[in-house]
Structure formats: C-alpha cells, structure tokens
Design a protein around this ligand. Structure first.
Ligand code: FAS
Ligand code: PHB
Length: 389
C-alpha cells in the first residue's frame, strides 16, 4: 500500500492531522494500535485553548464543540485564606473552551468517517524504515498478516509510549525530564459542577481541582502519593478529601455521587529534541509530556499539528520545504513556553514532600500577587488561554 503521509497513532494528534491533510487533498493512512472504542474510552483533557478551538473549526470539526462546549472567561484559585478569580477576558480579552478530549476525538472520528479517511485499528509490530531516505516505509501487522506502507513522510503521533520517538537514534535525541513526586487521582461523576468555572486549590493537605465536562458531568482531581492505588480510594473517601481541600463555601454546597471513572495519573514534564529526523516528524505526546495542571497536553498537540500541517501543505502544494525545515524549532519554541507554565502551575499549587515553611510562604506570596496584581493575572491569563501559534 502507498500513501503520501503515514500517521502512526490515532489519538487527537493523528486524527486532527489526518483531517487537515485530507481536506487539503493530501492522502494519509492512520495506523492505530487500539480499537476505536478503546481510544474513545480514554478520559483525559478538558480545556481547549483558543488556538485549538480555531484549528478544530478550520478542520471542519467544530460544530458540536460550538453547540455543547462551555466558554470560560476565567478560573478560580483557592488557598486556606479563600478563593479569588483570575479574569482572562478582563486581563487580555481571551477565553478557553471547556469541552472534553473524548468529545474532540469523537468529532474527529466522525469527520474522518465522513471523508472516508483510512484508519487501520488493531495494528501491532509497527516499525519505521529508511526515514533518512526520500522513500521511507512502515511495516506493521494487522489480522495476523504483515503489511508494508510506502510513503513520503511519517508523522509520529503515537504518544509517550509509542515507537516513533524511539525510531530516532538515541545519540541524536536530547531528552529533558522532571518526574513529580505525586500523582492525580481523578474522578468523573454525573453531578452538577461545584462552581461555574474551574477551581485550582492550593491546600496544606495537597492540590485539588474542580473541573467539568458539562452542566451535568463533573471532573475532579486530588493530589495523591505515588504509592496510592485506585482501590485505596472509595468514592466516599474521595469526596471527603476533596471537600477538605476546596473552599468551605464550595465544599458545603457541592453535589457528590457515584464515580463513573476513577484513575490515578502520574505527573511528569518531558521534552525530546529534535522533533524531526529525516522524513519522521514527532507530534504531541510522542515528543513532549506536561503535568496536566496547566491544561496544556492536548493543546500542545494541536499546535504541533498546526505547524506540521502547514509545512506539509506548503511542501506538497507549493514545493516549499521551509515549513518542514523549521518545524522542530518552531514547535519547540512554543512547547518550552507551555512546559514552563505547566511546571510553574504545578510548583505553585502542589505540596512537595520536601517542602518546608519557607517554600510554603513562597507559594502563598505568589498566590497573593495573583490575587491582587493585574500584571500577574495577565501573565497567567496569556499562558493559560494559550501562547500565540
Ligand atoms: P495520545 O497518547 O492521546 O494518542 C496516541 C495514540 O497512539 C494512542 O491512541 C495509542 O493507542 C497510539 N499508539 C501508541 N503506540 C502505537 C504504536 N506503536 N502503533 C500504533 N499506534 C500506537 N492533557 C490535558 O490537556 N489535560 C488533562 O487533564 C490531561 N489528562 C491526562 C490524563 C492521562 C491519564 C493522560 C495519559 C494524559 C492526559 N493529558 C491531559 C494529556 C493528553 O490529553 C495528551 O496530551 C493527548 O492525548 C495528546 O494526544 P496525542 O499526541 O494524540 O497522544
Ligand atoms: C480536566 O477537566 O480534565 C482538566 C481541566 C484543567 C486541567 C486539567 C484537567 O488543568
């Protein structure tokens, strides 16, 4: 089989890139390890930057998001002293869209089906070949038979545990990492959200986040030790701990109910450079991971997709290679900005095991500036709503 762009991974990165390229008349084949139901069953991101919203609309996948998504013009930060709002719109005239990654992925699948895009699920043994040549190819197994896919380019959209990043020689790769000494216990519940906007809580017992997916579906997280297991946490224990960490005026009135999803995610900051090697381009989680505190993971995948789409489009339609040549440098410039913000939000809001009283006072002082200084709010708003593409 031959195509123009082989896309490894059918998560948000792979599906959005496939949609944009096919809309431009560029042929793709998406190779996905899991089943479609498995991909759609993942509960992940919940907040879309304006750039991501605009890209989904550009791809023709924004209609349901525009109907069902919830625009948010700010968020709350809370400490034991109380809760205050960071007003994105007042500070810089921008907002975010609350719309779950699960819905984004469903919309992308629907759009791909509508144009008859080729997505092959259940693949295994994916190997990338001759990436430094002008005729790379991919081998893989599906339904017990080995297949070969010849292509011009390979987009590695296969996430942190995929094969694409590993296909770049280890002596070529430069990797940067910080693993955080805690995880997030997340719960999804058919309950009304605790507040009209997200609440990020800095509490002596640990971080908490009150988020949502709709007016009847809420998403909550609490910081837990890495040694905790999901089975250690009953629903009742989760709700009790969450209420301890949220402001009393919220905790006393919030609706609780059975969890419909409960999981613990580890937190890490990770970047690999370069994001191009020959005809292979790394996209999204294949190249970088952020702690979800800044709501950047899915949104960084979107900006990578944007840069690679524009580069491939120019190469195919105008014979202009400059976008592809600049892809890695351009994507990494924005990635490092979001990496810093995600690290800053995580450092500001969590309890670290080795944290002492001085560290505690530094967090409280920074939160006090955010509560009282327009300039501090503007900087947070710029980063949270999304650095420019
Ligand atoms: P993905 O990992 O989503 O997709 C990669 C795809 O490649 C997967 O479908 C996988 O099955 C497939 N694949 C892997 N290896 C393959 C192979 N060898 N061959 C073929 N296919 C292969 N981001 C936020 O912004 N906010 C959040 O709250 C948030 N929470 C998260 C919670 C968890 C548990 C995780 C893991 C991530 C979370 N993220 C969050 C980040 C997440 O949303 C990612 O940024 C986003 O899924 C990135 O999309 P992709 O780059 O497509 O990677
Ligand atoms: C979520 O709703 O899952 C969510 C929102 C904001 C974050 C992280 C997760 O920073």
């Amino acid at each position: 089989m031959k195509t123009q762009v082989a896309i490894i991974g059918g998560g948000p990165s792979g599906l959005l890139l496939s949609q944009l390229l096919n809309n431009a008349g560029i042929k793709t084949v998406v190779l996905e390890r899991q089943t479609r139901d498995y991909v759609l069953g993942r509960i992940r991101a919940g907040v879309l930057e304006q750039g991501c919203v605009d890209l989904l609309r550009k791809a023709g996948c924004g209609d349901r998001m525009d109907r069902e998504g919830i625009p948010h013009e700010g968020c709350y930060l809370s400490t034991v002293e109380g809760m205050f709002r960071v007003d994105f719109n007042a500070a810089i005239g921008r907002q975010v869209m609350v719309y779950g990654q699960t819905e984004v992925t469903q919309d992308l699948y629907d759009a791909q089906d509508a144009i008859g895009a080729t997505i092959i699920h259940g693949v295994s043994d994916v190997v990338l070949h001759d990436l430094k040549s002008d005729a790379p190819y991919v081998t893989y197994t599906v339904d017990g038979a080995e297949q070969r896919l010849d292509c011009d380019y390979v987009a590695g959209c296969d996430g942190f545990h995929g094969v694409s990043r590993q296909s770049i020689p280890v002596d070529v790769r430069r990797e940067y990492e910080r693993v955080y000494p805690f995880g997030w216990l997340g719960v999804l519940s058919h309950t009304a959200p605790a507040a009209d906007e997200l609440i990020y809580a800095n509490h002596p017992r640990g971080f908490a986040l009150a988020s949502m997916r709709s007016k009847t579906l809420s998403r909550y997280y609490i910081q837990v030790p890495l040694t905790d297991r999901v089975e250690d946490w009953s629903d009742e224990a989760f709700w009790d701990e969450l209420r301890r960490r949220l402001p009393a005026e919220v905790a006393d009135t919030m609706q609780t109910g059975p969890s419909i999803e409960k999981s613990i995610a580890p937190l890490r900051s990770f970047v690999t450079e370069p994001m191009r090697w020959g005809q292979l381009f790394l996209v999204g989680d294949a190249a970088h991971i952020v702690p979800p505190t800044g709501a950047k993971g899915l949104n960084l995948a979107a900006s990578d997709v944007n840069y690679l789409y524009e580069g491939l489009r120019a190469a195919y339609l105008d014979g202009d290679q400059s976008g592809l040549e600049q892809y890695s440098e351009k994507a990494l410039a924005r990635i490092w900005g979001a990496m810093r913000f995600s690290w800053w939000m995580t450092s500001l809001l969590h309890r670290f095991p080795e944290q002492n009283e001085f560290d505690q006072r530094m967090q409280e002082s920074e939160l006090q500036q955010l509560a009282t200084l327009n300039s501090a709010q503007a900087t947070m708003a710029l980063n949270y709503t999304g650095l420019p593409y």
